[in-house]
Design a protein around this ligand. Structure first.
Ligand SMILES: [Zn+2]
Length: 347
């Protein structure tokens, strides 16, 4: 297994819903501390790795969010079932029947999002999406007391319970490629910059899925000349999708954002990325559906403004239990971002 995939697997399996990103930060720290001139964690949990280069080179901030979509327990029913809310955007139609991994004070807890069996549903109920308010997590407890003994409590958080798997042919399946794919790119690019003249700050940010929170305070501290958010973005090259809604494709190369709901990619950043891709024969594609937002949405509005953009690894089924990625896209994203740092630093 290649080193990029090994790292992606570790990051994908890590437990890290928004607000509980420590395990992901720890993996990045182990990977990068030895390559950094300085490593630190701020008050919100953002982790920073500094490569202090030479004077005269621009300061670049690369940001990948460490958090993943997840769940938070809000109430325990008399008969031990857990009511919950979501952390980040998860639609009700993909939750039913999913395996969930919670982490309480006593360690990990396994469960499933349960509901009425189809046998006792009316036809109308069978075809209806059940709102999350009506769903619950079953951890195998028959009372509040037993649920609490297992470590369940209000405020306990969870994620989809999915293991990283090699599907063959360069395809891999796992949870939270949004944004552990970006974290893997961040790590590989930063590692390759050791002893280089570039002033690079790699940031693992927190709470992106709750509204781009960590990157906001991180960018203020770094005060960069240029910012680039590294992401795992949605792919729609699947059956029954109108051609104009196919935002990006698997094996189409890194996805360059022109516009999303939080930012325009700055023309200098955009032109640099396009030129590097074309001149270096690195395949790339544009994000064609301007939905979603990234850390760039916060970085570009920092202080007097920071020219910023987003480059993402295309991933199928993000914001669901498990996503699919292709190794070529991961490698080409690493290549494009590495060349971007080198080129834009000299401006
Ligand atoms: Zn993301």
């Amino acid at each position: 297994m290649s080193k990029e995939i090994e790292l992606l697997g570790k990051l994908s399996n890590a437990f890290g819903p928004s607000g509980s990103e420590e395990d992901v930060a720890e993996i990045l720290k182990k990977e990068l501390e030895g390559h950094a001139d300085e490593t630190r964690v701020d008050k919100l949990g953002n982790i920073f790795f500094y490569n202090n280069g030479k004077d005269g080179y621009s300061k670049i901030m690369l940001s990948a969010h460490m958090d993943e979509i997840g769940f938070i327990v809000t109430f325990i029913e008399q008969d031990g079932f857990l009511r919950f809310d979501t952390l980040g955007g998860i639609t009700s139609n993909i939750m039913l029947g999913q395996r969930i991994l919670l982490r309480g004070d006593k360690g990990y807890l396994k469960g499933i999002i349960g509901t009425k069996p189809p046998h006792i549903m009316t036809v109308e109920e069978q075809n209806k999406v059940i709102p999350k308010e009506d769903l619950f997590i079953d951890i195998g407890a028959d009372s509040i007391k037993q649920a609490e003994e297992k470590g369940a409590d209000v405020g306990v958080m969870g994620v989809f319970d999915v293991d990283f798997t090699d599907l063959g042919g360069g395809y891999f399946r796992g949870k939270s490629f949004d944004d552990r794919a970006g974290c893997a790119v961040l790590a590989e690019v930063f590692r390759s910059m050791k002893d280089s003249p570039y002033n690079l700050v790699a940031v693992g940010s927190v709470q992106e899925e709750l509204g781009i929170r960590g990157a906001r305070t991180a960018a203020w501290q770094v005060d960069p000349d240029y910012g680039l958010a590294l992401e795992g973005t949605f792919v729609a090259d699947v059956p029954n999708t109108r051609p104009d809604r196919v935002s990006s494709k698997i094996k189409g190369g890194p996805v360059i954002t022109i516009l999303d709901r939080t930012a325009f990619t700055h023309p200098t950043v955009l032109k640099t990325l396009i030129r590097i891709g074309r001149e270096g024969s690195i395949p790339f594609q544009f994000k064609k559906v301007p939905m979603g937002g990234t850390d760039a949405g916060a970085i570009h509005l920092t202080k007097a403004g920071v020219p910023s953009g987003t480059v993402a690894v295309p991933c199928r089924y993000i914001h669901g239990p498990a996503s699919i990625i292709h190794i070529d896209d991961l490698k080409n994203t690493i290549k494009l971002v590495t060349e971007f740092v080198k080129t834009i630093s000299s401006r």
